[in-house]
Design a protein around this ligand. Structure first.
Ligand code: DC
Length: 222
């Protein structure tokens, strides 16, 4: 039996990795998992229970009862839940509680898809070290903050660009600095800096990087 095809798309906060992962999944007809939404669901569970994301016991309790099917709910996308998700993701027991869901998604992509595209921080380094292709997406923090600000403005939400920048820098530092599964490119990840690329150019670059490996792997799938 051949191993399932997996594209790991890791990267910094607001780097565009989620959009790129979704577009890669659509392009190849693969299933897409935004692993950040799992940590966001833990943070939401803590908030709904009136808990504190800095409390390991509150975070672990929420991680034991994750409503996985609610990962696309609009509530998980708020800036406040984004910050809290970075805080709860530091606890190894929270990360442990999310392992099985991610491994099973990669091993059996939903809908009978021939592969999965999973985006996050540790997909290529820890969750799927044997992934078929690995990307690591980054861009200058100021550019990421500006893109996030534009996105919020388009949605009609008020936002302060400097505050977004400060939050992004703080979140990256926490994600990079944690002891368990820190944000870092896997040794064999292909790096893509999108500072000077719009989303179409970034997608074209991402596709060009993964195409040789994925094309080869697809030939082996019946
Ligand atoms: O990708 P995102 O911004 O939705 O992720 C939210 C937080 O979840 C991120 O700041 C750190 C954590 N996270 C993680 O630790 N590992 C992942 N694979 C994905 C997200």
């Amino acid at each position: 039996m051949t191993s399932p095809i997996v594209i790991a798309v890791d990267g910094t906060a607001a780097s565009g990795k989620g959009t790129l992962a979704k577009r890669l999944a659509d392009h190849f007809g693969f299933a897409h998992l935004d692993s950040g939404s799992l940590y966001r669901l833990v943070a939401l569970g803590v908030a709904d229970a009136g808990g504190d994301p800095n409390s390991e016991s509150d975070a672990v309790a929420a991680a034991q009862r994750i409503p996985f099917d609610r990962r696309t709910d609009a509530r998980v996308r708020s800036a406040q839940i984004g910050s809290a998700s970075s805080i709860v993701s530091v606890f190894p027991k929270v990360r442990q509680a999310l392992l099985e869901f991610q491994h099973s998604f990669a091993a059996h992509p939903p809908g009978g898809a021939k592969g999965a595209v999973i985006d996050g921080r540790d997909i290529g380094s820890v969750i799927c070290p044997g992934a078929t292709a690995k990307l690591f997406i980054d861009a200058a923090p100021e550019v990421r903050a500006h893109r996030r600000w534009l996105e919020l403005k388009e949605r009609g939400e008020q936002a302060d660009e400097q505050a977004i920048l400060a939050e992004i820098v703080e979140r990256d530092a926490r994600d990079r600095g944690r002891a368990t599964s820190p944000l870092k490119p896997a040794a064999d990840a292909l790096l893509l800096d999108t500072t000077h690329l719009d989303i179409d150019a970034a997608f074209a670059a991402a596709l060009a990087l993964v195409q040789p490996k994925i094309g080869e792997a697809l030939k082996a799938v019946p």
